[in-house]
Design a binder for this molecule. Structure first.
Ligand SMILES: C=CC1=C(C)c2cc3[nH]c(cc4nc(cc5[nH]c(cc1n2)c(C)c5CCC(=O)O)C(CCC(=O)O)=C4C)c(C)c3C=C
Ligand code: FES
Ligand SMILES: [Fe+2]
Length: 428
């Protein structure tokens, strides 16, 4: 890895000796946040030496967890929704995006604030993402010592810490700014949709261009820029499947034995507008693949369905809807049902409010239950570490699937973003 200290950033007062120490110390700045700042102030001698046992031959490696995020407090709901409705990759409103987006967000805020208040005052997604990423990096340090140390970062699309904040931190920690460090963008959506992972990658690409390496000539310094690779989907990873299957088995075990075999397993995923499905988005097929793999692991012993929740707005969405399905099955006398959120890995408003309070609460049947979300599940966190290790070992910039655009995609952002993430390994 080319590590070059940007001499222009060193204090003019720094002596030749200090510059030499700074050049050596630039490696240690990866896991000693702010030491680059000390370098710039001419105090490089306070930077501790690199310990050989902590750093592998290919390390350090930044692992960036990408997700949508959620408001941690009810006060943050307004800004969360206004970012969400400003996102043309999620809700395309064309040239009116900047006018209509904020209007819809403002009108929706009180209702959604009340829902977050009802689930304890905010979304737990930040807490879980920070826990999962740091635990995963701890395991990765053990199973992939050559790329150690692994440093966890979180980049949310609509809530703090935003992608811009994460990128600034990466640079401060010494991964960019002429050092050419390695970073892995790890989507936390197991199944790829252009409205979720695609949107996060477009945002990451945007901030990369704004914050990194743009020279006066407009070119990016290929040596000094952060070297990105992407884990873009992992719908059937055996560790993910095992974690879901164990949670389902635990919930099945709470039913009396004589009822257990007839429990219906209802896998529920966030729906997509039919316009996105018809554009050729890969998400519905990948969610189906996860469901099939989990059912296969469970020996196909239960009747099951995949249904779709959380439709917003008047346009047609992919169905059957989770709420209608539960209602219809109860009417037909099927009152033993396990709901399994299959497209999100931690608790959020759609599990804690929509499933628990609206659908299960309103059904009023003791046989309708929900499996726990993956949250801090150790099998799941080990799976995350295994996925990252396989990716690091592979040397691939992303999966072959990521290179292919949706058949009717006409977004320049998608095109450029894919070109960058899929092609950069070849270019650099
Ligand atoms: C895999 C998960 C998700 C997909 C796919 C997805 C697509 C999608 N979502 C909207 C619109 C909204 N989503 C909202 C909240 C929300 N969405 C997801 C997940 C997926 N969305 C989650 C986990 C959450 C909740 C976040 C939390 O609680 O932490 C909202 C805001 C809430 C509301 O106003 O109802 C909107 C709006 C679209 C249009 C879409 C596909 C194009
Ligand atoms: S919308 Fe799917 S690749 Fe652009
Ligand atoms: Fe959503």
């Amino acid at each position: 890895m080319a590590l070059r200290t940007p001499l222009t950033q060193l204090s003019k007062r720094a002596s030749t000796a200090q510059i030499a120490i700074c050049t050596l110390a630039s490696k240690s700045s990866f896991w000693k946040p702010h030491s680059r700042e000390l370098c710039r102030r001419g105090k490089a001698d306070v930077v501790p030496p690199v310990t050989q046992d902590a750093k592998g031959s290919k390390g350090p490696t930044a692992i960036v967890f990408m997700n949508m995020g959620g408001p941690s407090t009810t006060d943050e709901v307004g800004s969360f929704l206004s970012r969400l409705f400003a996102d043309g990759d999620l809700i395309p409103l064309g040239r009116l995006q900047n006018y209509i987006g904020p209007l819809i967000a403002r009108r929706r805020t009180p209702k959604i604030q009340k829902q977050y208040a009802d689930i304890g005052g905010g979304s737990p997604i930040r807490k879980w993402s920070e826990y999962q990423s740091s635990e995963m990096c701890r395991i990765l340090d053990q199973i992939s010592p050559e790329t150690a140390p692994h440093k966890p970062y979180v980049a949310f699309r609509y809530a703090d810490p935003l992608t811009e904040e994460m990128y600034t931190k990466l640079i401060q920690d010494g991964f960019g700014a002429g050092n050419g460090g390695r970073a892995v963008a790890f989507t936390q959506y197991p199944q790829y949709s252009c409205s979720t992972t695609g949107s996060s990658l477009n945002e990451l690409w945007k901030w990369r261009n704004r914050l990194e390496g743009k020279r006066a000539s407009g070119e990016v310094d290929p040596e000094g820029a952060i070297k990105w690779s992407v884990i873009d989907r992992w719908p059937v990873h055996p560790g993910l499947v095992e974690a879901f299957a164990r949670n389902i088995e635990d919930t099945l075990a709470t039913y009396p034995e004589e009822r257990r075999d007839n429990v219906v397993l209802l896998f529920s995923a966030h729906s997509l507008p039919m316009s996105v499905v018809n554009r050729g988005d890969p998400y519905p097929a990948e969610v189906g693949a996860t469901v099939h793999a989990v059912m296969h692991r469970l020996g196909m012993k239960h009747p099951y369905r995949l249904v779709w929740q959380s439709q917003v707005g008047p346009q047609p969405w992919l169905g059957a809807q989770t709420s209608d399905t539960v209602e219809e099955y109860v009417k037909k006398g099927q009152t033993d049902i396990i709901l399994i959120p299959i497209a999100f890995t931690s608790d959020h408003i759609e599990t804690l409010y929509e499933l628990d309070k609206e659908i299960i609460g309103e059904a009023g049947q003791e046989g309708i239950k929900r499996v726990e979300s993956l949250n801090g599940n150790p099998i799941f966190i080990k799976a995350l570490a295994d996925i990252a290790k396989d990716h690091l070992d592979s040397g691939s910039p992303c999966s072959p699937q990521m290179v292919l655009r949706c058949p009717s995609c006409n977004s320049e952002r998608c095109l450029e973003q894919k070109r960058f993430f899929a092609g950069q390994a070849k270019k650099l």
